[in-house]
Design a binder for this molecule. Sequence first.
Ligand SMILES: [Zn+2]
Length: 241
Amino acid sequence: MKIGSLYSPNFNRKQRTKNSVKIIVIHYTGMQSERESIIRLCNPKSKVSSHFLINQSGKVYRLVQDNRIAWHAGKSCWRKYKNLNKNSIGIELVNKGHQFGYTNFEKKQLSSLIRICKSLIKKYKIKRRNVVGHSDIAPLRKTDPGEKFPWKQLANNKIGIWHHSKPSLLRKYRNIRILKKKDKIKFIKNLNKIGYCFSTKKKYFLVQILKAFQRHYRQELINGLADKECLIIAQNLSKNL
Ligand SMILES: [Zn+2]
């Protein structure tokens, strides 16, 4: 596939090894236009970048080489990994995002993304469970790529994980509160097993993690409340890890 080239200076000077690449982080640009996004990602003052940018027509640009640490994840955590820039490849999708008019991702944009992910997964032997959204790894700060991002479609292409629960069955459990303490504990354990990191210091943390989980796996309702639908989804996901 043809990949265009742009240059972002926003990466660590020191090279990294091929083995350190473990995770793919998907973002949206969250800006008014593609042009503005490119300017920001390439501006030395912004101190942000990514390895790839995919526009709405599916055109792919490389901004930073894979063997460099690009500055896209910020303070973040996934499974045993912390501050994921050093372990990840960042891919930005052009989309105005929640702030400026969040739209569906374009078909061509997604098919380019799938192609890029497939080749990265092969090259770096990235585990399915390590393809994540920015909000999954930084739930307190980030909401991208958001609830319109088709994680299920990606999972159908063996990118990222998805659950095997029947939607019609799941729907019955939406908004049904989890009452038993042992179910609540189990739920949190499962979220943790999937990869979400917990901090006991911040009490609002759980709501934010739940929202991130819902944006990814239960996109119809993002309310930060633990209901039985979420419980079943988390159980199903972690069972297959
Ligand atoms: Zn992001």
